[in-house]
Design a protein around this ligand. Structure first.
Ligand code: DX5
Ligand code: ZN
Length: 216
């Protein structure tokens, strides 16, 4: 299976969001990654539901919504209604993760769990078969443009072993500081989906950069 690419619109030009989405539609991107930050779970505020709805009007690719918010349960239906295909919640924000995962699936969305750099992938072993994707954070969530954390490779290998041992079909998505240098090593370690914000949108030809990531 070829690598899947999910450009993060956090790094896009918000003043020209429609044309950015149209560029992604024409590109080889597989998903549109949307970062929701509440200023509580993470020390930054990005944007909310009206912006997701606006993106959904133009998007021809599935919306991969990454919730960096406390109490995500109370907003799951709203994000599903706004057009999310995949909803990922943070392990660190969910005391009843199994219940939250079931609620996402009942809405007809794929369910993802994101884990912070300090959280062990072992915490997912007992729930891995219920999860469609794990977002392994390769930076501390809250900002685009941060430096990739090298320990991520070891985490991806450990997570891949858990997935294989349990017979699950869970996909591994990497989020933060992804570029053409670390991407081959991430794929080698077991990554299925690469999120890339700055590396795509700050490049001279974003569509070409997406194609280069996909070709790996
Ligand atoms: C970080 C976000 C990422 C971010 C990635 O909190 O979850 O999705 O947009 O941006 P880059 O690729 O610039 O690190
Ligand atoms: Zn993200």
């Amino acid at each position: 299976m070829s690598t899947l690419v999910a450009p993060s619109v956090l790094a896009s030009d918000f003043a020209n969001l429609q044309s950015e989405i149209e560029m992604l539609n024409e590109s080889s991107a597989d998903y549109i990654h949307i970062d929701i930050m509440d200023g509580v779970f993470v020390p930054n505020i990005s944007f909310g539901l009206p912006v997701v709805e606006a993106i959904n009007v133009h998007a021809k690719k599935p919306l991969d919504v990454h919730l960096m918010i406390v109490n995500p349960d109370q907003y799951l239906k709203s994000f599903s209604d706004a057009g999310a295909s995949v909803i990922s919640v943070h392990l660190e924000a969910c005391p009843h993760l199994h219940r939250t995962i079931q609620a996402i699936k009942e809405l007809g969305c794929k369910a993802g769990v994101a884990i912070n750099p300090h959280s062990s992938v072992e915490l997912l072993r007992d729930i891995i078969r219920d999860i469609d994707q794990v977002i392994v954070m390769s930076v501390n969530p809250g900002f685009g443009g941060q430096k990739f954390i090298e320990h991520t490779y070891a985490k991806v290998r450990a997570l891949k072993a858990i997935i294989t041992a349990s017979g699950a079909e869970t996909k591994i998505e990497i989020d933060g500081g992804v570029n053409l240098e670390n991407a081959p090593k991430l794929i080698d370690a077991g990554a299925d989906i690469l999120v890339a914000g700055s590396f795509v949108f700050k490049s001279s030809d974003p569509s070409k950069t997406i194609a280069e990531l996909k070709e790996l």
